[in-house]
Design a protein. Structure first.
Lengths: 238, 87, 738, 87
């Protein structure tokens, strides 16, 4: 399965994503420059973390208009799996490919730590190998990760099953203490209505090796391989 | 295009009232700690100054409005307002 | 303005460029004529303490700088040592004290920017940042402002660049009130043959400037770092960093170096274009001709003087072979960077500045660099320090056994001891996915190098209280503690980078401290076999005649044979805890004295460098054999603080005994809270006690079985029985409550 | 103190003209990439709204000015300006 990893000026998680896919999953991956307009040769897309365009103004605000984003929107529309991580999540919300907005952390501080998240939705290509309610331990590193939607939209998201991950305690409870940034309803990740576009603040690509703290992130990245299998089969038929 | 005039726009972007503003709270608390007990509430937003060329005030206004919509403010969480004057 | 334009040299003018009348005469003599206004500014900037190392250069020769691993010693943008498999590790530390005192956030941020440029100027990819910080008492509002600003700035810049900040140290002491210290260290990695030197060679090669446009910011920054009282002088020079631009610069420069058409690369730091071009020409033994009108400006109407001395951030200077120019410009363009040819390499040994083709300055490169005057000053120890040192802590009443628990909690809460998590939690330390031991997990940070078995360890240290009371001994301690921390994770110290932070060297008491500290560092480096490969000097850290304590910060890089064998500082489950090293400690210069009695006095702990070496070898040997579960160096706060820290981090209590130690020391306070050098707490699994004892014996290191782990309380027989939770709470909240 | 009135202050904080403004540069380039070629310059600052009690406009003004000096703006790199109106 070929991963395309989109690099903007100021991205800094692109290389980690590349390593995670190549070393952790053993799959081919390539960096895709922000000026690229054709993404059809990739089976899935990662929008990595970083500070695209310095995150000046608002995180992700300027990157959203890069030429590559039109192509991302097109592929997303066509149902291709897209995963936005951290800054990638911010970019996807700014581009309205995902609902809501990411605001400055309630603590007003950048926070780098390991957190627990609970899997809330497994009907996305990025979580289909996971079990609902399962806990993952992942690193976070962001200053603008406070997920926000208004009350009406929140209800809508809950109803439609678009909340994919929530910050929880080590024993799986949703508490204020477990919430590292003040996100509404402890939301750590969401998906679009169709489920193929997922965004999350934690970094699965940094958790692909026990030597550096854990490998739970691989379970997310590996989930998408099932789509690859289907793809490969359909190609084989053709 | 014969853009004759030079304009200065001041754009004020603020979080919608319904959105929590921890920075505003922190500033309020900071001010109170300094003895400004009379401060009841604080909201912190962005102040963007733009210098641009446009044929007339109306064009400038139209262009700045669309810059705000597209980039300068995020309608999901922010409100904006701007003024324009000849620069 | 032509070269020959006359000007009147007034004392005000000389003060503005920070030259003495004597130095001015020397410049005239060397030049054979009077310099014009621009030339005078250029000379002043490069002859400043900051660029010219006027007071430290003669002393720095004392450092051992060579060794079997050394690939690049002092003199280039950074030092480099061999790692194995054809790789080198590149390291350098730098201060940004004066700018941070004026604008803490941007001052610290641009400090990080500067040190990162030094590393990639060598052709190395930066892989880690380390920060060493000093502030006044954190209870004060102003210090909190400085602290939050500095920590925020370091985090902002490093996080944005995507370079993990993995270690550091921080200390609070009233002498830093007006003069906080911000030292940033960067570590990079490169293929040995890909290292670049900053030497302009090849007459006719082109000089390319890339990065930010040049503005009026930071003019006279070098001078400003060479005078006292940062807050009052030069407020207008504050620079605002742009980490986003630096990230592009970093990626683009590394890519450009891969083309093979770049002859040299140099970052623009203090004294901007003047210093960068002079240094690169001096190292290459060539000259450089610059056309100032070619320099892209941020502001209209800038004079050649302003352009040549601006310290605008995020700029690099490259020397490029003409045939490769197009490729280089194309790569920079792809990264959205502005790159232009601003000059060329010449063979006449001159730095020539043209404005629209007319020469406006022409100075021998050597005059700017090598011929900078150096000074040897009178050195005398201050009576006050001698008096403080003679204080006898034994004149104080001993600690009551029933107070031990309460005092332990207070010490754990002390800003000098409490958990540093509130700091490093705001630094991205997991990016790049190499961080094997993150801050707080080990005595030093440990990084893996993907595709290799070995790993890298890194840490900074310096106890300024020891250095204040005895600069020579204190500096030895700094080397010993930093290398010990690296040894405690299982790494062999490879090299040192140092940052010498002192007051005004023109005062005999300060010059004395400088001389002594350098001597002490050199002695320790020799004894421990670790060379100094790079460093930085920051003098004039004083306000209204009140100087900072001597602060020779030592940054160490070490190498682990096998990164999987690294050892953390938290006790890992059950096992036996031993104390390696001296069993007697002293209250002189201790955290206990300062915290409990407000006294900074007494003689710092003695340091037997030969024993220190053996202790470190023993710890590494034991780790290498795989019998060590945890290792923690006993530093500030002494034995009980150290054992509490390892219990807290490991989440396990234990039962310890101190009777024999108490007997050796004679006093309770010295036994539990006294400090000593060369001490390490080591945990081994049950059954490995004999092996460790035998090893200690073989290495000639005193060893003492301190206790066994288990439960959720910290118990010292007959003295203390405390729930670990309460201690953990105190330690974790110490910095956070500010 | 008999503080009778309630006031709203709007404070505009901007970087001094000679100070580098990377954020402004990024926004300017972003706008140009979106086709707003007419934009010549952008500076980004802070917009702070304060609600406070004060006996009269003059007092409010005096207090807000000193808040700006002490906390809301950093005089080393920033300029500020404010307006006050009854809230
Ligand atoms: N300014 C800092 N930045 C990042 N990490 C820090 C900083 N200060 C301390 N640390 C980290 O906190 C831990 C404890 O530091 P320190 O108290 O200096 O250790 P030690 O006393 O063993 O030298 C280490 O992991 C260190 O790297
Ligand atoms: Mg310590």
């Amino acid at each position: 399965m070929r991963f395309g990893i989109v690099t903007f000026p100021g991205s800094n998680g692109d290389h980690d994503a590349l390593m995670a896919v190549r070393m952790g999953l053993g799959q081919p991956a390539e960096l895709v420059w922000h000026t690229e307009t054709d993404l059809s040769s990739y089976d899935c897309l990662l929008i990595p973390g970083g500070f695209s365009y310095g995150d000046y103004l608002r995180a992700g605000a300027i990157a959203r208009f890069a030429p590559v984003m039109e192509a991302v929107a097109r592929e997303a529309e066509a149902g291709k799996p897209v995963l936005g991580i951290c800054n990638g999540f911010q970019i996807l919300t700014e581009a309205h490919l995902l609902p809501g907005a990411l605001l400055r952390n309630a603590s007003l501080e950048f926070v780098c730590d390991w957190v627990w998240v609970r899997v809330e939705q497994t009907r996305t290509p990025w979580t289909q190998r996971l079990v609902p309610g399962e806990l993952l331990r992942l690193p976070i590193a962001h200053g603008e990760g406070r997920y926000y939607v208004d009350e009406t939209t929140l209800k809508e998201l809950e109803r439609a099953g678009q909340i994919v991950f929530r910050y929880v305690t080590a024993d799986g409870r949703v508490t204020a203490d477990a919430n590292p940034n003040g996100s509404i309803a402890n939301i750590a990740g969401v998906c679009n209505g169709r489920g193929n576009v997922v965004g999350l603040m934690p970094h699965p690509e940094r958790a692909f090796d026990r030597l550096v703290g854990g490998d739970d992130g691989l379970r997310i990245l590996a989930s998408v391989l099932d789509v690859g299998l289907t793809l490969a089969r359909s190609r084989g038929v053709r | 295009m014969k853009e004759t005039g030079r304009w200065r726009a001041e754009v004020f972007v603020s979080l919608r009232p319904s959105v929590n503003d921890p920075q505003g709270l922190a500033v309020r608390d900071g001010l109170r700690r300094l003895g400004y007990d009379e401060v009841e509430d604080v909201r912190v937003g962005r102040y963007v100054q733009l210098w641009l060329r446009a044929a007339d005030a109306e064009t400038a206004e139209r262009r700045v409005a669309s810059m705000c919509e597209q980039l300068l403010a995020n309608p999901v969480v922010e409100d904006y307002r701007f003024v324009i004057e000849p620069a | 303005m032509g070269i020959g334009a006359r000007m009147t040299v007034t004392p005000e003018l000389l003060r503005e460029v920070a030259l003495t009348a004597e130095e001015y005469r020397r410049a005239v003599e060397l030049l054979g004529r009077e310099p014009n206004r621009l030339e005078l500014g250029m000379i002043g900037a490069l002859w400043s303490e900051h660029c010219g190392y006027k007071h430290s250069r003669p002393l720095l020769r004392r450092f051992p700088t060579s060794g079997p691993h050394v690939v690049q010693g002092p003199g280039e943008n950074a030092g480099a040592v061999e790692l194995g498999d054809g790789l080198v590790v590149v390291l350098k530390i730098e201060s940004h004290n004066h700018p941070s005192a004026v604008e803490p956030f941007q001052g610290a941020a641009t400090g990080v920017g500067g040190i990162v440029r030094d590393i990639f100027a060598m052709g190395a990819r930066p892989i880690a940042l380390v920060d060493s910080l000093r502030f006044g008492p954190l209870e004060e509002a102003r210090q909190q402002y400085l602290f939050h600003g500095v920590v925020g700035g370091i985090g902002w810049y490093g996080n944005c660049l995507g370079i993990p900040t993995v270690a550091g140290d921080v200390f609070f002491m009233s002498e830093y009130r007006q003069n906080p210290l911000v030292n940033a260290m960067c570590v990079g990695i490169a293929q040995r043959e890909a290292l670049v030197r900053a030497r302009a060679s090849g007459v006719g090669n082109l000089v390319v400037l890339v990065g930010a446009d040049t503005g009026r910011d930071g003019i006279h920054g070098a001078t400003f770092a060479s005078v006292e009282d940062p807050e009052r002088s030069h407020r207008g020079v504050v620079q605002v960093g742009n980490p986003f631009l630096e990230k592009l610069l970093l990626e683009a420069c590394l890519e450009v170096l891969g083309t093979g058409v770049v002859v040299a690369m140099q970052d623009l730091g203090a004294a901007g274009l003047t210093s960068a071009s002079a240094e690169i020409a001096a190292r290459g033994g060539t000259g450089i001709e610059l056309e100032v009108t070619a320099v892209p400006r941020r502001e209209a109407g800038m004079t050649p003087y302003e352009v040549m001395l601006s310290e605008s951030q995020e700029r690099m200077l490259l020397v490029v072979r003409p045939e490769g120019l197009e490729r280089v410009l194309a790569i920079f363009h792809r990264w959205d960077l502005h790159a232009v040819v601003v000059g060329r390499v010449t063979d006449d040994g001159c730095l020539r500045v043209l404005e629209d083709g007319k020469t406006v300055a022409e100075l021998p490169v050597q005059l700017l660099t090598d011929w900078c005057p150096t000074y040897v000053r009178e050195a005398r120890e201050a009576d006050e320090i001698r008096a403080r040192r003679s204080f006898d802590p034994r004149s104080l009443p001993d600690l009551e056994a029933r107070d031990v628990g309460a005092v332990l909690e207070q010490l754990l809460r002390s800003p000098n001891i409490a958990s540093r998590q509130p700091i490093y939690r705001t630094y991205d330390h997991t990016i790049m996915t190499n961080t094997v031991l993150a801050p707080g997990q080990g005595e030093a940070a440990v990084l893996r190098v993907k595709g290799h078995r070995f790993g890298i360890a890194v840490k900074t240290d310096c106890n300024p209280r020891y250095c204040l009371l005895d600069p020579r001994l204190g500096a030895q301690h700094a080397v010993a503690e930093a290398t010990r921390n690296v040894s405690c994770v299982g790494a062999e110290p490879l090299a040192i980078t140092d940052c010498l932070n002192f007051g005004n060297p023109e005062r005999p008491e300060v010059y004395y401290q400088l001389v002594q500290a350098i001597e002490g560092m050199a002695e320790a480096c020799e004894a421990l076999g670790v060379p100094v490969v790079s460093g930085n000097v920051s003098l004039y850290n004083e306000t209204e005649g009140r100087s900072i304590p001597p602060t020779p910060v030592v940054g160490v890089v070490g190498r682990l044979e096998d990164v999987h064998r690294r050892v953390g500082m938290g006790f890992a489950g059950e096992g036996v805890v031993f104390l390696l090293g001296p069993q007697r400690a002293t209250l002189g210069a201790s955290e206990y004295l300062a915290h409990r009695f407000g006294i900074v006095g007494g003689t710092p702990p003695a340091l037997d460098l030969e024993l220190e070496r053996r202790v470190q070898v023993l710890v590494r040997d034991a780790i290498h054999r795989g019998i060590v579960l945890a290792a923690h160096d006993c530093s500030e706060g002494g034995l009980l603080v150290a054992v509490a820290e390892s219990c807290i981090v490991g989440g396990i209590g234990g039962r310890f005994r101190i009777d024999p130690l108490l007997e050796a020391n004679g006093r309770l306070d010295e036994t539990v809270f006294g400090e000593a050098a060369s001490r390490v707490l080591v945990q081994v699994p049950f059954g490995a006690e004999g092996t460790l004892l035998a090893l200690a014996h073989a290495h000639g290191v005193p060893i003492y079985e301190f206790g066994r782990l288990g439960g959720e309380r910290l118990v010292v027989d007959g003295l203390l029985d405390h729930p670990l939770g309460a201690l953990a709470e105190a330690w974790r909240r110490g910095l956070r409550r500010m």
